[in-house]
Write a protein that binds this ligand. Structure first.
Ligand code: GLC
Length: 545
């Protein structure tokens, strides 16, 4: 059984599984629940506390399952409801908690509500659960406002009414197959409270809330204006469709539901907000438990920048009493081993492989730094193998809807979704017995779990070692502050309770510092000369003092 201790999530290391790409149990080339279930012991041995599963619900897969047609059903491609129950049960037996994705901003266009809304035509009560509006222009031929889809193109699609005539437009902040729900409608709020209960009753330990910042739109859906380059604005401003204050009432009602259940069920917000201070609003004591720290994810491998974002993150969370969170990779961004292989400043959606050796070295150092910080850390499947993005996927195999809608600015999310290599050789390198839905590159097997297991220099063993130390010394993830130590330019050094010092050299040169203690773990073996430690370029070391 899962251990019951207070605040388990405050310093938890949570491993994201993207079900399509983790492990394929039935040999159809697509990952599934049976595959995940069979690999749970691997996750237990890795040393994580919880698993977050990206969506496995019934879905036409227009956006990798983030287009849900039935929130209470498992897509047959992933298995059945009994498979989900068995997975949760097995995970708990192994001491792992399970967090599932909930996608409340939009449904699939194949959801029963939306299908009926279209079929019943104008005046259908179901249309009020989405954002249907007449177009502008003489014949309604122009979208109702100037909003753009995050995936490129207008955020509106015009429907054809049952009589064959062009009708109203509906809002979709993402793909046209993902119509936005109208959260002003009480039936929508009721339905999601019921969906939460459904999964909590099944035993899940919490939720990752997709597009948590998007549910409420500014009254009247006002135009944004400007030069039309909305995607650039997203980073800096509160948009009329994102981070509206009204979302918080929703999360207060969700928190009351979570608190009704035993065992500390939690929710983590995927909330892209302009500042960490605004992110902190989502984790006030009566709202959600955690929010992803995307400012950290976007930070370059640079000591001064890292220190700045660490301080700001801890400072923003402290007043609301929520743990800081840390994340370097997920299913939406280029893996950090590839981001750090490229010059800084290119963003988080890259097509270039860059200098792989450099990228891996920095990625390992960045991870070890992250795991020494107070709070909770999120890992994305495959990062423990040091996987890079697959940057040369041919266009015809790509499935990311934004690739097809964007005008070159992004859309490369398939590169971080290539199925995981488990074995050195064999069909899809042990992913399954029937190929893999995205092609795996040649040599993928050299990065496999089997190839790295037992090799003390491997990235997998580095992760295992770091997580073991973190488990043995809970002080490492506890608290809400770090004590910075003096360090040369380009080097971070900080102390953690329980006799730990972490040093990270972000420069491309050896840097000498006074010996900080006994080397517990590091990306490299550090040479000690005359009382000085020589930190190699792009390295992190944990010291016991
Ligand atoms: C979130 C998901 C992403 C998805 C989008 C729309 O950002 O992480 O994968 O495309 O929401 O649901």
């Amino acid at each position: 059984m899962t251990q019951q201790h207070s605040g388990w999530w405050r310093d938890a290391v949570i491993y994201q599984v993207y079900p399509r790409s983790f492990a394929d149990g039935n040999g159809d080339g697509m990952g599934d629940l049976a595959g995940i279930r069979s690999r749970l012991p691997y996750l237990r041995d890795l040393g994580v506390d919880a698993v977050w599963l990206s969506p496995f619900y019934a879905s036409p897969q227009a956006d990798g399952g983030y287009d849900v047609a039935d929130y209470r059903a498992i897509d047959p491609m992933f298995g059945t409801l009994p498979d989900a129950e068995a997975l949760v049960h097995d995970a708990h037996d192994l001491g792992l908690r399970v967090i599932v994705d909930v996608v409340p901003n939009h449904s699939s266009d194949q959801h029963e509500w939306f299908k009926r809304a279209l079929k019943e035509g104008p005046g259908s009560a179901l249309r009020e659960r989405y954002h249907f509006l007449p177009g502008k222009g003489a014949d309604g031929e122009l979208p109702p406002n100037d909003w753009e889809s995050i995936f490129g193109g207008p955020a509106w699609t015009r429907v054809t009414d049952p009589d064959g005539q062009p009708g109203d437009w509906y809002l979709h902040l993402f793909a046209p197959e993902q119509p936005d729900l109208n959260w002003e409608h009480p039936a929508v709020a009721d339905e999601f409270r019921s969906i939460l209960r459904f999964w909590l009753d099944l035993g899940v330990d919490g939720f990752r809330v997709d597009v948590a910042h998007g549910l409420v739109k500014a009254e009247g859906l006002p135009d944004i204006g400007g030069d039309g380059d909305q995607l650039k604005l997203l980073g800096n401003d509160v948009m009329p469709f994102f981070d509206q204050d009204g979302v918080h009432e929703i999360y207060r009602s969700w928190r009351r539901i979570l608190d009704e259940y035993p065992g500390e069920r939690i929710a983590v917000a995927e909330a892209w907000t302009p500042t960490v201070e605004r992110t902190a609003h989502y984790v006030r004591p009566d709202e959600l438990h955690q929010a992803f720290n995307f400012q950290y994810l976007g930070t370059h491998w640079d000591a001064a920048e890292l220190r700045g974002v660490i301080d700001v993150s801890l400072g923003a969370m402290r007043p609301v009493g929520a743990p800081a969170t840390w994340v370097l990779s997920n299913h939406d961004v280029t893996r950090h081993a590839t981001r750090f292989a490229n010059p800084a400043g290119l963003g988080t959606q890259l097509r270039a492989a860059g200098d792989r050796e450099l990228g891996l070295r920095r990625a390992r150092a960045a991870t070890l730094l992250m795991l020494a910080l107070p709070g909770s850390a999120y890992l994305y499947q495959g990062e423990e193998l040091g996987l890079p993005d697959v940057t040369d996927l041919p266009d015809e195999v790509r499935q990311d809807p934004s690739f097809w809608r964007a005008s070159g600015q992004d859309g490369f999310r398939d590169g971080c979704r290539v199925p995981i290599p488990w074995t050195v050789e064999g069909e899809s390198y042990g992913f399954g017995a029937g190929g893999s839905w995205l092609p795996q590159p040649e040599g993928w097997g050299e990065l496999s779990v089997a190839a790295q297991t037992g090799d003390p220099d491997s990235t997998l063993e580095l992760y295992r070692g770091a997580l073991a130390v973190r488990r043995a010394h809970p002080a490492l993830g506890a608290g809400d502050a770090v004590s910075w130590l003096e360090a040369p330019e380009g080097v971070l050094a900080f102390e953690r309770p329980g006799g730990f010092v972490c040093t990270a050299n972000t420069t491309d040169q050896d840097v000498r510092i006074p010996v900080a203690g006994r080397q517990l773990l590091g990306t490299d073996q550090v040479l000690v000369e005359d009382g000085e430690a020589v930190l190699p370029p792009d390295s992190t070391v944990w010291w016991g003092v």
